[in-house]
Structures are given as structure tokens and as C-alpha cells.
Design a protein around this ligand. Structure first.
Ligand code: FMN
Length: 219
């Protein structure tokens, strides 16, 4: 798999087979991903991986603590504006259309959303931990690390879904994992083998064209 293929075929997988991902695979994935760049080589990331009983404990915690609260480090800015607002709406509508869950079926949509807190059936859940004292720059670097994890996983046939939904449970998760006072969870990620028979995994999100996002000067 070359880099372009990896970038284009990595998609968010929201239904996994129960088959375990061997610990050795996860270690290889993290061993590759740790070469992600970061400003000043700070490497401002730490990962907690849960499987088996440890994963079940987190799933139980989520069931008890949902919906939780979003702190000052919001996931989306309030009153999201276009074109971002429309993009968010479109990917959501496309997903629920595949599942046949209409907009008015709020219970159906919530039920699907709650699958997040079971890691969509994946055998591994990852939590990306950052120091609260870090700034926007280091959060961006964390993103590079997370994408590196996703791509390194893909090369081994392991799929992923990044999960910012865990953001509202940051406080209970921090207590559960015994994080240091200055640490917080940025994001989660489900990791495992895709269930290709699941309709939801057919979702393909769109992207803006190059000319919409890039301004080339002096060429
Ligand atoms: C940091 C981050 C957090 C995300 N959080 C969630 C999430 O909580 N639940 C979910 O179903 N998808 C989540 N996604 C997946 C996005 O919806 C998805 O990446 C986007 O729609 C583009 O689709 P693709 O990943 O299939 O290319 C997240 C993606 C990123 C990058």
C-alpha cells in the first residue's frame, strides 16, 4: 500500500468484527506512529489502549456517565458556520440515510450514536492523552500522531474510527485512568477489523476540491 492509497482508503469504520487484534500488532502500529512529527519534537502524546476487561470497564463507565459535560475545550465551536456546518450536516445525513434512520427518529439516532461508547464493537479502544498546559500547536501535533496510528493500522489490515465523542466524559475518564492533574483525554479511537458486511461501513464522506482549499501563488 503506498501513501496515496493509504490516505484515500482510510475511512472511519463504525462496525467491527469481534476478532481480537493481537497485542503485537498494536505494538507495531504504535512503534510506527511514534515517528509522527511534532513541533520542537515535543511528542506531546500519550496513549492508553484498552481491550478485554479494561475495555468493558470503560464501556460501563460511559453507560453510567453519559452524556457528561463538554468543558472549555469544545469539540466544535458554537454556532458552526458554513461551509463547515453544511459538511457536518451532510456526513451525518448520509450516514443515517444508509442506516434508514430518519431525522425525526431521535431515539434511533441516539441508539446509533451510543454505539460510539462501545467502540462500535472493536476489540481495542485507544485514548489519546495530552497535557492540559499544551496549546493549540500541540493539539495539532496530536492529530498528526492520530492519523499516523490510523494509517499504520490500515497497512496491517486494521481499521479505525477516531472518536471525539469521548470528550464529554473527560473528567470521569481521567479519574478512571488515574491521569495526572495536568493530563486530559483529547480523543478516543476504535481499532479493529472492519465488518465489511455492515451497511454503515459503506459510508464515504466527501471532500472539498483542491481549488476550494488551496491558494497557489507564484506558479
Ligand atoms: C478527531 C476526530 C474525531 C472524530 N470523532 C468521531 C466520533 O466521535 N464518532 C464518529 O462516529 N466519528 C468521528 N470522527 C469521524 C469523522 O466523522 C470522519 O473522519 C469524517 O466524517 C470523514 O470521514 P472519513 O473518516 O470516513 O474519511 C472523528 C474524526 C476525527 C478526525
Amino acid at each position: 500500500m503506498n501513501v496515496a492509497e493509504a490516505l484515500k482508503t482510510r475511512v472511519s469504520i463504525r462496525a467491527f468484527k469481534p476478532d481480537p487484534v493481537p497485542e503485537a500488532h498494536l505494538r507495531e502500529i504504535l512503534d510506527v506512529a511514534r515517528w509522527a512529527p511534532s513541533g520542537g519534537n515535543l511528542q506531546p502524546w500519550r496513549v492508553i489502549a484498552v481491550a478485554g476487561d479494561a475495555k468493558d470497564a470503560v464501556i460501563s463507565l460511559a453507560k453510567e456517565q453519559f452524556p457528561g459535560e463538554i468543558g472549555e475545550r469544545f469539540v466544535y465551536p458554537p454556532n458552526l458556520w458554513d461551509p463547515h456546518r453544511s459538511r457536518r450536516f451532510k456526513v451525518g445525513e448520509d450516514m443515517y440515510a444508509i442506516l434508514g434512520v430518519p431525522r425525526e427518529d431521535r431515539a434511533g439516532r441516539l441508539k446509533q450514536f451510543m454505539r460510539n461508547y462501545e467502540f462500535f464493537g472493536a476489540p481495542i479502544g485507544l485514548f489519546f492523552v495530552i497535557d492540559k498546559r499544551m496549546g493549540y500547536g500541540q493539539w495539532a501535533h496530536m492529530g498528526m500522531f492520530m492519523q499516523s496510528v490510523a494509517l499504520a493500522a490500515l497497512e496491517r489490515g486494521v481499521s479505525s474510527c477516531m472518536q471525539e465523542c469521548w470528550a464529554t466524559l473527560r473528567e470521569p475518564l481521567a479519574a478512571h485512568f488515574g491521569l495526572g492533574d495536568s493530563e486530559m483525554i483529547y480523543c478516543g479511537m476504535a481499532l479493529g477489523f472492519a465488518d465489511d458486511s455492515a451497511p454503515i461501513n459503506a459510508l464515504r464522506s466527501e471532500r472539498a476540491e483542491v481549488d476550494e482549499i488551496a491558494e497557489l501563488r507564484g506558479f
